[in-house]
Design a protein around this ligand. Sequence first.
Ligand code: AMP
Length: 426
Amino acid sequence: MTTATTFTELALIQPLLARLTELEYQQPTPIQAQVIPSVLAGRDVIAGANTGSGKTAAFALPLLQDLYTQKQSAKSHNSKGNYVSGLILVPTRELAKQVADSIKSYAVHFNGAIKTVAVFGGVSANTQMLALRGGTDILVATPGRLLDLISSNAIKLNKVKTLVLDEADRMLSLGFTEELSELLGQLPAQKQTMLFSATFPEEVQALTQELLNDPVEVQLQSDDASTVVQRVFNVNKGEKTAVLAHLIKEHQWRQALVFVNAKNSCEHLADKLYKRGIEAEVFHGDKGQGYRTRILDAFKSGEIDVLIATDIAARGLDIEKLPVVINFDLPRSPSDYIHRIGRSGRAGEVGLALSLIDYEDFHHFKVIEKKNKIRLEREQVKGFELDETITEEMLAASKPVAKPAGTGKKKRKKQMQQKSDIWLKH
Ligand code: AMP
């Protein structure tokens, strides 16, 4: 099958095409080129895709098109009661809001014909119940809150025609397995299903088997991390904060997203940076939903320069043109490394991901490299070179392990490296 290179070739309808032009989407991303025709043809789809690949539009555009054309031809009989036609399940509150906002944006030329509601925990259910009155065409939901709303009769799933599971791996790893099976049990057997997942561990495969009917499988050749230049710096124990402050001051990135592993580490690091003259905000799971939304909006709009976050920010968040992601602490799981660095270099932009590792991280970073099939030269930051307490043995543990990427990718990587040198001279 040849893949389409324009949105017109994908047979999208005029109101959507007009919107894509306004949004300056010049051509479909690979995932869109493959997913959209299959969904429009009524097939189930399973796709390996990270955020940054354009996966939201890949499921949202054909879903909107189907619902809109059905409504236009009055084929839809679901226009009364607390029905839902298209259900999108997502793992986090932020993603629910983000996906719903994208859908509403894609649908602006439908003149209100398609109603989209987002429901998620951490905020009062009353407003969401009100929004669901009379039903909704599209519902974007986190599993827990959706079950609550079902039990209070605010919504029913028996009219769902299309189901999207977004970030299925994340949903299961966050412990939503039971909620999911309860929800899936309430859906009609006859429906179209799309499943998006960055990784395919056993639980996701089991879900796929259970849920999808002869699906079209879409697996991108390269993950979106390939648009991110990755660099790793050996740092002395106890000097990470100084190195981070130095890098931020020296490079004057427009914005930086810094990952740590614990909620209280966010505050600690923010305090330490403040003492070094750098203002940073924090983003983690102990903060209320109102705060999280405000901080995220402020970061997205560029009002915040440095955001220190736990892995709650690693998946799904779409921050336009984020120049750099910094791993102050390494993520525990190799797949989280990919998710974290994927926050930079979105939608065709070249991004930069830096990891600061001291000798206690050496071994773990090797594991991350091996699992993700990457190999990075260890570098040092000028003025913060490793001291003599680092033995040969420790350094040996720090050497990269996996084979370098194939020669085909090498040239592109080199070009990206040159681009990143513009931002990172040391
Ligand atoms: P997603 O992977 O869905 O989170 O999308 C990542 C970012 O890419 C979002 O900011 C989208 O608005 C943007 N985007 C999605 N599709 C395209 C496209 N075809 N052309 C340009 N930008 C896009």
